[in-house]
Design a protein around this ligand. Structure first.
Ligand SMILES: Nc1ncnc2c1ncn2[C@@H]1O[C@H](COP(=O)(O)OP(=O)(O)OP(=O)(O)O)[C@@H](O)[C@H]1O
Ligand SMILES: [Mg+2]
Length: 256
């Protein structure tokens, strides 16, 4: 069964950045095949990986709902939807990327959602690792029938507000149809030493700090120039931090 690593946190704290660096680690350390799932409706994981996303699962759903009769004659609609899903899957050497895209609008989407969910759960079985970049509500993960996550990385910036968002997500976990084996906190854009107020708040929330990631000028430059974060040098500070984080995570989930 594939190991599932998921990320969540407040908007703009660096979830997608950390997801890209986790993917960079998995790609470079023989952990393939990996399926990266961009489950944030304002998706930009493809962008940070230097990939041009043309179509999302959400687009397929909308197109199908707009024109349910558009299924080629003689073709079963399940087969048709699966064919479209295969077109959305972006395949690379070390990993594949599936972008979920926008959430559904008005109307009854149950049938098409069921087909798409079933397809993605079947697809996931082909991978050693699944990496899911989520929005804060973690809708995508909680919809899965076999809801389990091996490691949930909660990302916060070095601010109490980011930390409180992490606290809310952590509290919400119990109400989700999801088994989360381990939860850890990553503090992004953190100073070398965390202040007492921040540490106290983190302790109150009760999520263990797995690592801190410093502000990284090289990363920022890559972001500005729209270069793939997969191509960051090994000695870039954020890469060093996430590589260390991954060594730790793989040890805890029994992969090392
Ligand atoms: N450690 C870091 N050093 C420098 N820049 C960073 C760092 N982490 C993130 N950034 C920058 O901060 C911005 C926001 O990061 P990112 O897109 O990863 O956040 P996010 O949590 O995924 O946001 P959203 O909620 O919008 O999806 C990006 O421009 C990114 O390049
Ligand atoms: Mg993001």
């Amino acid at each position: 069964m594939s190991k599932i690593i998921a990320l969540a946190g407040k908007g703009g704290v660096g979830k997608t950045t950390v997801a890209s660096l986790v993917l960079r680690y998995l790609s470079k350390n023989g952990c393939s095949p990996v399926l990266a799932v961009d489950a944030d409706p304002n998706s930009n994981l493809g962008e940070t990986l230097g990939m041009e996303v043309v179509k999302t699962v959400g687009d397929i759903r909308e197109d199908f709902m707009k024109d349910p009769q558009g299924v080629p004659s003689g073709m079963d609609k399940i087969v048709y939807l699966e064919m479209l899903m295969n077109q959305v899957l972006m395949e690379r050497k070390e990993f594949d990327l599936l972008v979920m895209g926008r959430q559904e609008g008005q109307g009854c989407y149950c049938m098409v959602n069921n087909i798409l969910n079933r397809f993605s759960e079947e697809l996931e079985k082909n991978y050693k690792y699944l990496l899911v970049d989520n929005e804060a509500g973690m809708e995508h993960l909680s919809r899965r029938t076999s809801g389990k996550v091996d490691m949930l990385i909660l990302v916060s910036d070095y601010a109490l507000r980011g930390l409180r968002a992490v606290g809310r997500i952590n509290e919400m976990l119990g109400s989700l149809k999801l088994t989360v084996s381990r939860v850890g906190l990553v503090v992004n854009r953190a100073p070398a030493v965390l202040g007492k107020a921040f540490l106290d708040e983190a302790e109150k929330i009760g999520v263990q700090i797995l690592c801190t990631i410093p502000n990284d000028d090289i990363l920022l430059e890559f972001d500005m120039e729209r270069k793939s974060l997969l191509d960051l040098p090994d000695d870039s500070p954020a890469v060093i931090a996430v590589d260390g984080l991954m060594e730790k995570i793989l040890r805890t989930i029994g992969e090392k």
